[in-house]
Ligand binder design. Structure first.
Ligand SMILES: [Zn+2]
Length: 286
């Protein structure tokens, strides 16, 4: 079973700047107008200025996995509402709305795919699903991703784009941080590599748990990465933050990540990294 195909690489409708019939889009980096097809063909990277717009999970599959194909794991898991939470709108209503707009059960997809012929355990956050927030189901799917990868000796490639823990699930959401990190450590004990990819944005409870725990941590150019947002920090410490604070380039300069890679170079980079990290005669399909 594979995920159904829709558009090759799409953009969140809320972020789309339409003109006329929606054929033209404006680059958020340089402000140039260009055809939607041109941006889609370059996986939402502006051909003029290199600005990286958000790419949907489906686009990531197309970009990174051979044939864009992933055999899904745990797609049946659905969120519940353990706290009967309402923040003006009941949580189940928010879930239903996100499930419809993202055409997915939760804010992450996980499964098995191939990258340049090598089997990988793959996961990608769906930012359009409640800001890629991590509730019980997201935490459980990541935990199972690490556990299955350890069991089957598949290197893990996990793409994060998240606003952090999901407040509607309270402490149950926060405990996913410890649970996922414990699973990541079991993967380390098994000697199976993990490449962590930090997309824009990677913040809150996701940044503070597994996102920085890759054997190699790679970020997209200019991605916002951090725990609390700049406004919260400035108010707390009563200081003005330096220019570019919490952007990928700032983090690289300060040793928090290993590399920044353009989206279009990522597949080749991951292929090379996996060739170095995986044992030559590993039982990972090669
Ligand atoms: Zn541009």
């Amino acid at each position: 079973m594979v995920w159904p195909k829709k558009t090759p690489a799409g953009l969140d409708a809320s972020e789309k700047t339409s003109f006329g019939q929606g054929v033209f889009r404006k680059c958020d980096g340089c402000g140039e107008m260009m055809s939607a097809e041109r941006l889609e063909a370059s996986f939402e990277v502006c051909p003029d200025c290199g600005h990286h717009h958000k790419l949907m999970a489906e686009g990531w599959r197309e970009l990174l996995l051979d044939g864009g194909v992933m055999e899904p794991w745990d797609g049946h898991l659905e969120p519940s509402d353990p706290l009967s939470f309402s923040d003006g709108k009941p949580y189940p209503e928010r879930i239903a709305k996100s499930q419809k707009s993202a055409a997915a059960n939760e804010a992450i997809e996980t499964g098995k795919g191939k990258l340049d012929g090598r089997d990988v355990a793959y996961g990608a956050f769906l930012f359009r699903f409640m800001g890629g927030s991590m509730g019980s189901v997201v935490g459980e799917k990541i935990t199972r991703l690490f556990e299955r990868a350890a069991e089957q000796r598949l290197p893990v490639l996990l793409l994060q784009a998240s606003g952090g823990a999901r407040m509607q699930e309270g402490i149950l959401s926060l405990m996913q941080m410890a649970k996922t990190v414990a699973a990541r450590e079991r993967l380390r004990d098994a000697g199976v590599p993990f490449i962590s990819v930090l997309l824009n944005p990677t913040t809150g409870g996701v940044a503070a748990s597994f996102a920085f725990l890759g054997d190699v941590n790679v970020a997209e150019p200019k991605a916002l990465i951090g725990f609390a947002g700049p406004r919260v920090i400035e108010t707390t410490i009563r200081q003005t933050l330096p220019e570019g604070f919490q952007r990928a380039e700032f983090l690289l300069e300060h040793g928090m990540i290993d590399q920044i890679a353009s989206r279009l170079e990522m597949k080749a980079l991951f292929s090379t990294l996996l060739a170095h990290l995986c044992p030559p005669h590993g039982a990972n399909g090669r």
